[in-house]
Design a protein around this ligand. Structure first.
Ligand code: NIG
Ligand code: FE
Length: 411
């Protein structure tokens, strides 16, 4: 089955090949072909060009997209979208002045979600997660990462990863699974954190690895959560099972987790709302992608990741939603792009590169996703008639995505 899209106002992020991430100055370059055609065959992108040079080929279906833009679907490289129930009470507590840390200290936060998830049957958890996934796909997400970390017992962590596995079987977009057993210390281990880390390394990790249901390991490396030394122990243990790291770090305090993560060649370091010059330096000449989560900053009202500082230092940057019940009950990548531009002073070109190509790098999907490149998967988003691609982040909070294609099939 071949489909030809014609008269595309702008075919965005067209690249003949994508060998690596975009860093520094290169992030401001967004290749766009105006008045273009795009040919897809079955699940893949076959070819593209400009309208005056329509190919001498045949196709089964032709779709006119005059006035519309076509982009690679968003890649959301950091979510926690498998969770049980919401935390609106904490939302109100925060409105009344409590901080995220104060709420966690009085038993709210991650352990609150874990208590809820542990008693939720897997089928129910699946239904909630599938609903969220379908919603974000409609908003243009065409590849996603989902973490465990609201189980905090072997059984409940495996339940979460099993839900992610079922989502992967049911939906066509790539779904990467991350084991985040070290998201918070469960109350049973409150006075013996070392015993929990030992349990995680000696029992949980081997069970997860044996089932082959995780692609990465993650740790919430933060004051009052897991120390740098514990983070390193967990990263090293996971490496024995071939699981690279993606680390929650520098959300509230800079405690040295970035240097530790890059030392172990973490695939990404995520959050970075607090970033020292030492952290910035540690990121230089590494293969670790910094990932900003602007809708988390928005929702819990904390500083935004200093994108300018990162990009102007010649580094790459990706953006992701962090969809979760505590700090970001929203998986809308379009809103993240708006925040990246409005609050982090990224240009629309930088934000789009951060949400497509660089995000694909953060999920080891650069060979197959994140750009309009012949041979890659046809995971595309098609806008309504809009004046420019910059209109997407500009008109914040509105949805201008008319169609989404996953593996060449329209949703
Ligand atoms: O990425 N910071 C750690 N983990 C999540 C929040 C988890 C929660 O509050 O439920 C985050 O923001
Ligand atoms: Fe997160």
């Amino acid at each position: 089955m071949k489909t030809l899209f014609t008269h595309i106002k702008g075919l965005v992020q067209v690249r003949e090949e994508t060998s690596t991430w975009l860093a520094g100055e290169a992030m401001s370059q967004l290749p766009v072909l105006e008045n273009a055609w795009l040919l897809i065959e079955n699940d893949k992108i076959l070819d593209y060009g400009s309208m005056p040079n329509l190919p001498d080929k045949t196709w089964d279906e032709q779709i006119n997209l005059s006035g519309q833009f076509v982009l690679p679907a968003w890649v959301d490289s950091h979510t926690h979208l498998v969770y049980a129930g919401n935390r609106e009470q904490e939302f109100i507590d925060r409105i009344k002045g409590l901080t995220y840390e104060e709420i966690a200290a009085k038993g709210g936060g991650i352990v609150n979600s874990a208590k809820n998830l542990q008693t939720t049957p897997e089928d129910e958890l699946y239904i909630q997660a599938a609903n969220r996934l379908e919603q974000v796909m409609q908003m243009g997400t065409g590849a996603i990462e989902i973490k465990s970390g609201y189980g905090l017992t072997l059984e409940a962590e495996l339940k979460m990863l099993s839900v992610i596995k079922k989502l992967r079987q049911q939906y066509d977009l790539p779904i990467k699974a991350t084991f985040l057993g070290a998201h918070a210390v469960p109350p049973e281990y409150k006075n013996n954190q070392k015993a929990y880390v030992d349990h995680l390394i000696n029992e949980m990790l081997p069970a997860v690895a044996e089932q082959g249901i995780a692609d990465y390991v993650d740790v919430f490396c933060e004051k009052n959560y897991f120390s740098v030394a514990e983070t390193e122990r967990i990263i090293e243990a996971a490496q024995q099972y071939g699981l690279p790291a993606k680390i929650h770090v520098n959300q509230f305090y800079a405690i040295g987790g970035i240097a530790a993560s890059v030392k172990h060649n973490a695939r990404s370091v995520d959050h970075l709302e607090v970033l020292t010059d030492t952290d910035l330096k540690a990121l230089q000449h590494t293969q670790t992608m910094p990932v900003a989560l602007p809708s988390c900053s928005f929702f819990i009202d904390i500083p935004y990741t200093p994108a300018r500082k990162i990009i102007d230092a010649g580094l790459p940057l990706a953006i992701a939603t962090d969809y979760n019940p505590g700090t970001t009950p929203n998986g809308n990548m379009n809103f993240c792009l708006s925040l990246a531009c409005i609050k982090m002073k990224m240009t629309p070109e930088e934000a789009i590169n951060a949400a497509t190509l660089n995000a694909a790098y953060a999920l080891d999907l650069l060979d197959t996703h994140g750009s309009i490149t012949p041979g890659k998967q046809a995971n595309l988003l098609i806008t309504e008639k809009i004046p420019s691609y910059g209109f997407l982040p500009y008109s914040f909070g509105q949805n201008h995505i008319e169609q989404v294609y996953i593996n060449g099939k329209r949703l």
